[in-house]
Design a protein around this ligand. Structure first.
Ligand SMILES: [Zn+2]
Length: 165
């Protein structure tokens, strides 16, 4: 596998073991050229999924893209990589199990929000502020006020095909 830091063609596996939930294999890799260390996960893909964007455009679902937006929301938060991996796997499994091969991007956004809400409140608010496109402090305040009265068992957004406001 190519090094994501220096693009060297080869990296070495230093350690390989199953994740806590046994659903994937976690590998610690090191680049012999620049010395960078990073982690990769190997997992089964159950079905081919497509994302339908708000514009109506259809694109192959990319797990890495989902992982990146989650990683941005979680930046500098102290959350175990395995828990993040489980969150992402959980979302992907639900998408795969839904029986639909075309998933509206809003459905994925809602699933990420619901999952982050349980994992890390700061990451949740960060993600929501981007996803819901807060324009100013007032939007932010309205969102937080809404959260206060939001009952915990209502956060299962499941497959509600809801467009973000
Ligand atoms: Zn490298």
């Amino acid at each position: 596998m190519r090094c994501p830091f220096c693009q060297n063609e080869d990296t070495q596996v230093r350690d390989s073991r199953p994740t806590e939930d046994g659903a994937s294999i976690r590998r610690r890799r090191q680049c012999p050229a620049c010395g960078a260390r990073f982690t990769t996960f190997e997992r089964a893909q159950l079905r081919e999924l497509f994302v339908v964007k708000r514009s109506g455009r259809r694109a192959p679902f990319e797990r890495d893209k989902l992982a990146r937006s989650v990683a941005i929301a979680l930046r500098k938060r102290q959350v175990e990589p395995d828990r993040v991996e489980q969150l992402i796997s959980g979302i992907v499994r639900r998408l795969e199990a839904s029986g639909e091969s075309e998933i509206p991007s809003a459905t994925i956004g809602n699933l990420i929000m619901a999952a982050l809400k349980r994992l890390d409140p700061v990451a949740y608010v960060r993600y929501a502020s981007v996803y819901k496109d807060f324009q100013d402090a007032k939007d932010f305040q309205e969102f937080l006020d809404g959260q206060m009265s939001f009952d915990d068992d209502q956060d299962e957004l499941d497959f509600v095909d809801k467009e973000p406001q």
